[in-house]
Design a protein around this ligand. Structure first.
Ligand code: PGA
Length: 257
């Protein structure tokens, strides 16, 4: 059974109480969804322990970042062991906001991918070209570089546990521009090509999710790409009144395909 991954990063939103209310409702929605739809949520650190207990075990729980070292003099950072102790399933790494505001770079992200895999947590590695890259027609080159550095020295057997989120930087957030579906499909095909180059046949099985201004109007068009294996949604998933109809549309799409 091929799964598609549908999830949301809450960024710096929701108190613990708001998170609990969201999870109770999401558990209800998830109960009768197609098993091929693997849901996940990525709340802020402060909510993780509480939401681990609240969230149905069929939904994956993720953290928004982590350090690569297990302990040390790194004020303000959270280690892989700390997340593992809470029971976190997945770690988002390299979101463009972290790259832009906190100087995350591909070399450090490579250490984080290794650290997550070492603790048997799923790294959700975010990559995406900037507007300047797109305007210079070097989007594919930019994606290749990010993938090759972030996944350096990852073995094929480890790579099958990695998730990739393709998020063009210019498409993210309220100021972003929706990416055309054909452009997204082309970039996913390119990412697949690089993954196969790096990991052989295993590269065919690595899930590539799309994110950046995904909403009810464009979600299914993105999913029609043969190398689009899921959606990573921000604003349109933070309110379940908006997210539930998207999940229903995806459910219908799965049943027709
Ligand atoms: P958005 O966020 O859906 O609000 O554009 C996507 C993301 O940052 O992952």
């Amino acid at each position: 059974m091929k799964k598609i991954f549908i999830g949301t990063n809450w960024k710096m939103h929701k108190t613990i109480k708001e998170g609990q209310e969201y999870c109770r409702e999401l558990n209800r929605i998830a109960r009768d969804k197609d098993e091929r739809m693997q849901l996940f949520i990525i709340p802020p650190y402060t909510s993780l322990t509480t939401l681990r207990d609240e969230l149905d075990s069929s939904i994956l729980l993720g953290a928004q970042n982590m350090h690569w070292e297990d302990e040390g003099p790194f004020t303000g950072e959270i280690s892989p062991s700390m997340l593992k102790e809470i029971g976190v399933d997945l770690v988002e790494l390299g979101h463009s906001e972290r790259r832009q505001y906190y100087n995350e770079n591909d070399i450090d992200l490579n250490k984080k991918v290794h650290a997550a895999l070492g603790k048997e947590m799923i790294p959700l590695l975010c990559i995406g070209e900037k507007l300047e890259d797109k305007e210079m027609s070097i989007s594919e080159e930019s994606l290749s570089i990010q993938l090759k550095i972030c996944l350096k020295n990852i073995s094929s057997s480890q790579a099958k546990n990695v998730l990739i989120a393709y998020e063009p930087v210019w498409a993210i957030g309220a100021g972003g521009t929706e990416a055309p579906a054909d452009y997204v499909h082309k970039m996913h095909d390119h990412i697949r090509k690089v993954l196969v180059e790096l990991f052989g046949d295993i590269g065919q099985d690595i899930k590539i999710l799309f994110g950046g201004s995904v909403n009810r109007g464009n979600a299914i068009d993105y999913l029609k790409g043969s190398n689009v294996n899921g959606l990573f949604i921000g604003r349109s998933a933070w309110d379940l009144e908006k997210f539930e109809p998207i999940l229903n549309d995806i459910e219908q799409f799965l049943q027709l395909n």
